[in-house]
Write a protein that binds this ligand. Structure first.
Ligand code: TXA
Ligand code: MG
Length: 359
């Protein structure tokens, strides 16, 4: 039996009583896992440095990897950030609540541990009634990374939080599966070169509409692991979202689609003695499954035509890989880097231990 109390609530009209209880846990320095529209977060009172340090400890998260602070209104932003330009306030009044995190200058009275010692702070206002009402009930900003053990796939269901942290935390608010399934878009608004630090549900075109200018997208943002000691966002240097099985991401480079499918078939055939798994879109599984047969564990990510579905299923698919005892290696199809595909490919690159490109 896990230690944490798991309480089920309605995602749209959550029980006031449960929210009051959860706010009480936060007020007394405890940790509460709660749903957002992206993934489940592990919350602590952002102004209680002891509680914030407990978040790092139970997640086994490196102390230099800063947390996101969650607010329930645009006004509350000013409790954690300073020198916020008017154009940022204007843009956020359109984009919030929503899956967009902005990096701004940190207010000196917000404990530095929240930001892993940096002079900046990442802030977002989540579009989920449970998250918003919890922050409102506490009346203060809530620091919350994703509620998984460091390096594991982010939780999209309360069961995932129980798996990773059930023995370590006080309360888990279960409101069912999260809507997007991948974490918020993170953008840097303090450095002279506005950059996407982590691609997410708010894509580059949408960002341009919100802010009126283009953001830079670097290879690091796309999930390539060019090692640098001090990347623009500390999270970029850690391997993430990784299943414990060996995962090979098979990228479709410049080769044609049918050559790409043949390439996947050859790979899977050559590993057939190890009963490999294939993570792929339904269409690909339908197409190559007929040629390959039953020695392979197929994990469908969703339809190629519906990247929302693929994003939503991604992390639970990675977690389900670990539960397939027989397999020791998995291959993953790649997704076109358009719209949500940018976020999906970033996560797949960070989850895989090897990458192969079909040219
Ligand atoms: O959707 C989300 O953003 C979820 C939900 C719970 O809100 N949260 C989440 O938090 O994904 P976390 O801690 O797993 O990821 C935060 C990312 C990390 O890559 C971290 O390095 C980056 O944001 N970050 C946080 N503060 C930063 C800062 N001051 N400067 C640059 N990057 C920062
Ligand atoms: Mg995380």
């Amino acid at each position: 039996m896990p230690r944490a109390r798991v309480v089920r609530v309605d995602p749209i009209r959550p029980s006031e009583e449960v929210l009051e209880e959860a706010a009480g846990v936060l007020r007394s320095g405890g940790l509460v896992a709660f749903p957002t529209e992206t993934v489940y977060g592990l919350g602590a009172d952002a102004f209680n440095s002891e509680a914030v340090l407990k978040v790092f400890r139970v997640k086994r998260r490196p102390l230099d990897n800063p947390l996101i602070v969650h607010v329930s209104s645009l006004d509350m932003l000013h409790q954690v950030a300073v020198d916020v330009p008017d154009w940022v306030v204007r843009a956020l009044s359109n984009a919030w609540p929503g899956p967009l995190t902005v990096v701004l200058k940190r207010r000196a009275d917000l404990p530095a541990v929240v930001s892993g010692g940096l002079g900046t702070v990442a802030v977002r206002c989540p579009a989920h009634p449970v998250a918003l009402k919890l922050i409102e009930a506490l009346g203060r900003p809530v620091a919350a990374p994703s509620a998984n053990l460091a390096g594991r796939p982010s939780p999209t269901r309360a069961e995932h939080v129980v798996e990773d942290l059930g023995d370590e935390i006080d309360l888990i608010i279960d409101a069912g599966e999260t809507f997007f399934g991948v974490e918020s878009t993170v953008v840097d608004l303090v450095s002279p070169r506005p950059q996407i630090l982590r691609p997410g549900p708010v894509g580059p075109e949408e960002l341009e509409k919100v802010f009126g200018f283009q953001f830079y997208l670097t290879p690091l943002t796309r999930g390539f692991s060019t090692y640098i000691e001090t990347p623009p966002s500390p999270g970029m240097k850690y391997r993430h979202y990784a299943p414990s099985k060996k995962l090979v991401l098979v990228e479709k480079g410049s080769c044609g689609f049918s050559s790409y499918l043949d390439f996947l078939i050859d790979l899977l055939r050559s590993y057939s003695a190890e009963s490999p798994a294939l993570l792929a879109t339904r269409e690909t599984i339908d197409e190559i499954g007929m040629k390959l047969g039953a020695d392979i564990a197929y994990i469908a990510l969703g339809s190629r035509e519906n990247l929302f579905e693929v994003a939503k299923n991604l992390y639970s698919s990675l977690r389900s890989l670990d539960k397939l005892d027989k397999i020791s290696i998995a291959f993953s199809e790649s997704i076109e880097e358009k719209g949500l595909g940018l976020a999906i490919m970033n996560r797949l690159r960070k989850a895989s231990s090897e990458r192969l490109v079909c040219k």
